[in-house]
Every structure is written in structure tokens, then in C-alpha cells.
Ligand binder design. Structure first.
Ligand code: SAM
Length: 212
């Protein structure tokens, strides 16, 4: 999907600092202080235009949500969604999630969501996949014991790669489904990509995993 460049996006992000966290590395260990309520923290990497984080924050007021997105042109739409919904339990970060350990303390996060992450299908790009072992090391560090990684994708190759990567890392697969929408799971909140692919009739794969 081609996203139009929005030269005003960076200024817009800076102006909306009640939603966008402008110095995320300074919040390490203190993320809950940014929210009205101190409660569970969930992190979404690659938030896109924010449909998921907005829906999840509405549906789960007992959790604080943080969305990281490296593309300013889509992040501005996520900011608008959180603003319009007047949600106090969702904050956004304009950053490339390279090493989460610089941004979050050990055990600070309860759940990590990876939604329709870029699959990087070429073998030479394996290290860029968000489920490559170096990313799993980071997730293990910032996630609490028994904290979950919940991943959804339309991409069969990336899904299979992820299942192998999780297993080789010694993670426990709690749930694997090859057709999420068949389950009619009422707690599921659709992302933009999920809506697009399922409207085309493609199955949505999901797995839930923990570090044992
Ligand atoms: N999650 C959304 C959805 O399901 O509709 C967007 C999916 S889109 C394919 C992947 C998004 O992840 C893009 O917006 C991209 O900019 C973002 N992304 C990929 N790698 C990232 C990283 N390392 N840090 C932050 N954002 C990232």
C-alpha cells in the first residue's frame, strides 16, 4: 500500500504530545506514569493507522496501550483516532522499534501485539523480521513472566517462519489458528490490514505464545 508523504506530519506529531510520547527512551521503567490509571501495559509494534489500538483501548479500559510506528504518514491517522475517541489509555510513539530494551525496563510489559508485520520474504532479509531471534530476545526481556506475544498475519510463509522461530527459541505456543475469523472470537479487534485481507476472502492466521 502506497502512503502519500505528509510533510506536515512531524509537526503534527509534536503538537499532539498528549497522545504522542516525544521522548520515549526517557520513559523507560515509568510508562505507567504517563497514564491516568496504573494498570497492565500492552505494546503494539507497527501500529499503522491505529484501528487496532483504538478498538482495543476502547474495549479494554483496564489496560494501557502503547503503539509504536516508524512511519509518520500513517501515525498521524492513529493520533486522530485516539484524539477523536478521547481515550486516556492509549499513547503512540513515532520510532523504529530497533531495540525495545532501550525503551522499556525488564518485565515492564504484559502483552506484545504483532499485527501484520512486514514479512520480509527474502532469506537475506530474515534479520528484519519482527520474529527473528534477536527480536525475541528483546521481547523476552521486556515482557513479564507469562506475558504473551499475540501475532496475526495473512502471510502463510511468515506465519510458518514465526512458529518455527518461536519453537526454536523454546517458547510455548498456547494457541495456533489457521482461520481466526472462523472462530467468531468476540474479543478480536480487526486491524486495517486484517479487514482488507479478510474482505478478499483470505484466512487470517493467529498465534499466542509465551516464554516458558
Ligand atoms: N498493524 C497494521 C495493520 O495490521 O493494519 C499495519 C500493518 S503494516 C503491513 C506494518 C506496519 O509496521 C507499517 O506501518 C510499518 O511502518 C510498521 N513497522 C514495521 N517495522 C517497524 C518497526 N521496526 N518499528 C515500528 N514500526 C514498524
Amino acid at each position: 500500500m502506497r502512503i502519500r508523504n505528509k510533510p506536515w506530519a512531524e509537526d503534527y506529531i509534536k503538537k499532539n504530545d498528549s497522545i504522542a510520547v516525544l521522548n520515549p527512551y526517557e520513559e523507560k521503567g515509568n510508562w505507567n506514569q504517563l497514564f491516568t490509571e496504573k494498570q497492565k501495559l500492552a505494546l503494539e509494534i507497527g501500529t499503522g493507522k491505529g484501528q487496532f489500538i483504538e478498538g482495543m483501548a476502547k474495549k479494554n479500559p483496564e489496560t494501557n496501550f502503547i503503539g509504536i510506528e516508524r512511519d509518520k504518514n500513517v501515525l498521524v491517522s492513529a493520533i486522530d483516532k485516539i484524539k477523536e475517541s478521547e481515550l486516556s489509555n492509549a499513547r503512540l510513539v513515532y520510532e523504529n522499534a530497533r531495540d525495545l530494551r532501550d525503551m522499556f525496563a525488564r518485565d515492564e510489559i504484559d502483552t506484545i501485539y504483532l499485527n501484520f508485520s512486514d514479512p520480509w520474504p527474502k532469506t537475506r532479509h530474515e534479520k528484519r523480521r519482527l520474529t527473528y531471534k534477536t527480536f525475541l530476545e528483546q521481547y523476552q526481556n521486556v515482557l513479564k513472566d507469562q506475558g504473551k506475544i499475540i501475532l496475526k498475519t495473512d502471510n502463510r510463509g511468515f506465519f510458518e517462519y514465526t512458529l518455527v522461530s518461536f519453537s526454536q527459541f523454546g517458547m510455548k505456543l498456547e494457541d495456533v489458528t489457521l482461520d481466526l475469523h472462523e472462530l467468531e472470537d468476540e474479543s478480536n479487534v480487526m486491524t486495517e490490514y486484517e479487514e482488507k485481507f479478510s474482505n478478499k476472502g483470505q484466512p487470517i492466521y493467529r498465534c499466542i505464545a509465551t516464554f516458558e
